[in-house]
Design a protein around this ligand. Structure first.
Ligand SMILES: [Cu+2]
Length: 489
């Protein structure tokens, strides 16, 4: 773990070098930047017979009403990640993804966490509104061999698709790459589409050495510079820890897919070619109404809820495909960025569904935060590796706010690559992107800010004073200090 100064120097030398390179001349030959490191083995994503399984659900050990009590252990283990090989990983309760935490609105959630890793870690309950000392932020590390009880109550009206992952100082990318991430689903008693068959789809990517071990770039290598700039991407794409599994569907069937981008840096542009998608929810729950679309962008740490209608014929096959998306600076754009990837196959059974499925026209009410009540307007400038010109300093408070306040944040990305922006603890509503009003209202906790664009959102600090992180969710950027502290008093 570097000191803040070390991190600053390290990141800035790469970032400024690459930014300067775009203005003057490449510091690294383009061919070298585009070369795949030798250790990385290309693995074709051939269709396999595996049918997609939802990750196992954590066992509730409490017999009390409205209480979910679970045990989670983070530990090194050796499991099969690639077919026919064993890989040394970190895992929550021995599986990748970790088991899904399921709770209902209003539940008291108690997580007994034990850290059996050889290094400090935390668990961040990404997107959940909870007390600051339960957020698993870098302020509350759990040492090796230590334990921590995370205890919080799920607020009403916040049913949605969340996830959990490590958030220790400077080590999030490494620990996530080693296998630490899992889904966290909050259900509502009045969920209008609860009867639909549900698929939890956790997207991740990784890369490996020929012996099956997880590959990390050697420090001072060109790949290390590229990983610092782009964030670490892998050439093997996983859905719930499997390579190109399949989902069975019947013609006329309607399924609910909860998609989580657990990748450290990869952005997915999802499409089922030949079919349209119904986008029904984002990070923190359902919209008021469905939005029909051909494709949807899911930046890292974002979630989407989709309703997939089986419009294909019996016996046919469709694919969930990741279309090309250019989030990169030209200097470090991967040579193969412009290719599509099949994430999973959608296989139609031979029989069609007999009765048609009707969806509600309204899913839930999403009350608007009132811009007239905003008393503070903030500007947050994202440059390469920095927020408002600084890198992270745990001893510094970058912004102060009051409990009960409503604020409008204007987050501006002034550089030539995308940065997905995450605020801890408080869900927000996007008002506009580059001045264009958001076409529908939703609760979010992360929003992608494309290169040279700006997003405004409104947020209300209902309760929970304390220090809250806000940061870029490209984990390499976060680890190297593209993070700051909001103190709510
Ligand atoms: Cu970033």
């Amino acid at each position: 773990m570097g000191t803040p100064v070390g991190r600053l120097a390290n990141f800035c030398s790469v970032a400024s070098g690459l930014i300067a390179a775009s203005l003057v001349m490449p510091i690294v030959p383009m061919a070298a930047l585009h070369a795949q490191p030798k250790a990385v083995q290309r693995i074709d994503s051939k269709p396999v017979a595996d049918t997609l399984q939802n990750p196992p659900v954590l066992r509730n050990i409490s017999s009390r009403a409205h209480t979910v009590e679970v045990n989670i252990v983070a530990a090194p283990t050796r499991i099969s990640v690639l077919p026919g090989r064993l890989t040394d990983v970190y895992a929550y309760n021995g599986s990748i993804p970790g088991p899904t935490l399921e709770a209902r609105e209003g539940d008291r959630v108690i997580i007994h966490f034990r850290n059996d890793l050889p290094e400090a870690t935390t668990i961040h309950w990404h997107g959940v509104h909870l007390p600051a000392n339960m957020d698993g932020s870098p302020f509350d590390p759990v040492p090796p061999g230590g334990h921590y009880d995370y205890v919080f109550t799920i607020p009403r009206g916040t049913a949605g698709t969340y996830w959990y992952h490590p958030h220790p100082d400077g080590r999030s990318e490494y620990q996530a790459a080693m296998g630490l991430f899992g889904a966290f689903i909050v259900r509502a008693a009045d969920d209008p589409i609860a009867t639909l068959p549900e698929k939890v789809i956790v997207l991740s990517d990784n890369r490996f050495r020929p012996d099956g071990s997880i590959e990390f770039a050697d420090s001072n290598s060109t790949q290390s510079d590229v990983d610092m700039e782009n964030g670490r991407e892998g050439n093997v794409l996983f859905v719930n820890g499997k390579i190109r599994p399949s989902i069975q569907i019947r013609s006329g069937e309607v399924q609910r897919w909860r998609v989580i981008n657990a990748s450290a840096a990869r952005v997915y542009r999802l499409s089922i070619p030949g079919q349209t998608l119904l986008h029904v929810g984002s990070d923190d729950g359902l919209f008021e109404r469905a939005v029909e679309t051909n494709e949807i962008l899911v930046a890292n740490s974002e979630r989407v809820e989709l309703v997939v209608r089986g419009t294909g014929g019996p016996g046919s096959t469709a694919t969930l495909t990741d279309l090309p998306y250019d989030r990169y600076m030209p200097q470090t754009r991967p040579a193969d960025w412009n290719t599509s990837h099949v994430l999973l196959d959608l296989r139609y059974s031979d029989q069609a569904l007999s009765a048609p499925v009707t969806l509600p026209t309204t899913f839930r009410v999403v009350p608007a935060l009132d811009t007239a009540r905003a008393t503070v307007r903030r500007t947050v400038i994202l440059s390469q590796g920095m927020i408002n010109g600084h890198t992270m300093d745990m001893s510094r408070v970058d912004m102060e706010a009051s409990v009960g306040a409503t604020e409008i944040w204007d987050v501006e990305n002034v550089v030539g690559m995308d940065h997905p922006f995450h605020l801890h603890g408080f869900q927000f509503q996007v008002l506009d992107r580059n001045g264009v009003p958001e076409p529908f209202r939703s609760w979010k906790d992360v929003v992608n800010i494309p290169k040279h664009e700006a997003v405004r959102f409104i947020v209300h600090y209902a309760d929970f004073p304390g220090k809250w992180m806000f940061h870029c969710h490209i984990l390499a950027h976060e680890d190297h200090g593209m993070m700051a502290v909001l103190e709510v008093r």
